[in-house]
Design a binder for this molecule. Structure first.
Ligand code: TA6
Length: 274
């Protein structure tokens, strides 16, 4: 265990030098560096790092609801709950750690407000050019429950004006005004507030001034793409006014509340590689 701010965290180092740091609070990936030492994730200098509030950056785990699509706290409780380390290991030049969250881990009011028998697991595997995030939701009870899930990844892009996402041309999306549109441009750039839910193509490319990342997903149904723009960023207490110029969020997501039957398991795979 290491300390990140005031948060206990697990640091994984692959044989090639790639490194990831995951806080138990939220099973929150705070940092991912590939072997050459390049940091790929943004985290706000104003983020709380003491467990008092969700972390503004890295990879917040969104469960059991996306944003306000449910009756619980916005974006769910997984990002503000303390998970357990379920195991870790390494093989074939890669290292992994798996985190678990179940009702017994929740604060009593949270468990009472969402009284479902579930097990949420997140396994991080890194090494070589890729980081894999394997998310599973298990219904361990006798009643179905609804859930939504997302990995709300904040990518460090250096300069927003140089950031571009490829792979979304002709994809349908819903924007923050709830209009459903189809993207015509071959490449998505960020010139104003952007908050879109795309029906998911399996893979995207994020290009930045410093390089490119390939993003792949299986099991999810959307990509959420978010940058708050100047006005919304200024209204966020845990983000410096100009920090929106340094990140874009690209999130594999399953935004609608869908039922999970007793005994059933949902699996979401996400790979980020350069
Ligand atoms: O994923 C996009 C989004 O749902 C936006 O609508 C947005 O405001 C954001 O996430 C950040 O939410 P948060 O609860 O972390 O402030």
């Amino acid at each position: 265990m290491v300390e990140y701010g005031q948060l206990p965290a697990v640091r994984l180092t692959a044989p090639d030098g790639a490194q990831a740091t995951v806080a138990l609070f939220g099973a929150h990936l705070l940092s991912w560096k590939t072997a050459e030492g390049k940091e790929h994730l943004f985290c706000s200098a104003k983020s709380a790092l003491d467990g008092s509030k969700a972390i503004r950056g890295g990879v917040p785990v969104i469960f059991p609801q996306f944003n306000a699509r449910g009756d619980g706290p916005r974006h769910g409780f997984a990002r503000t709950s303390t998970w357990r380390l379920a195991g870790s290991g390494g093989e074939d030049g890669r290292v992994w750690a798996e985190f678990v969250l179940a009702p017994a881990d929740l604060a009593a009011p949270v468990a009472q407000a969402w009284p479902h028998a579930f097990e949420l697991r997140l396994r991080f595997t890194l090494g070589g050019p890729a980081l894999d995030l394997l998310c599973t939701v298990q219904n361990t009870g006798t009643q179905p429950f609804p859930f939504g899930v997302a990995l709300h990844t904040y990518f460090e892009v250096g300069q927003l004006e140089a950031a571009a996402i490829e792979g979304l041309q002709h994809c349908r999306y819903t924007d923050h005004l709830m209009a459903t549109l189809e993207q015509q441009e071959p490449v998505l750039r960020f010139t104003e507030k952007t908050d879109r839910l795309y029906q998911a193509p399996p893979a995207l490319t994020l290009r930045t001034a410093g390089g490119a990342l390939r993003l792949e997903q299986q099991g999810y149904s959307e990509w959420v793409v978010w940058n708050p723009g100047a006005a919304d960023a200024a209204a966020l207490a845990d983000m410096a006014d100009d920090e929106y110029l340094r990140f874009v969020c690209i999130e594999p997501a399953r935004v609608d509340q869908q039922q999970l039957a007793p005994g059933a398991q949902w699996v979401g795979r996400h790979r980020i590689s350069n």
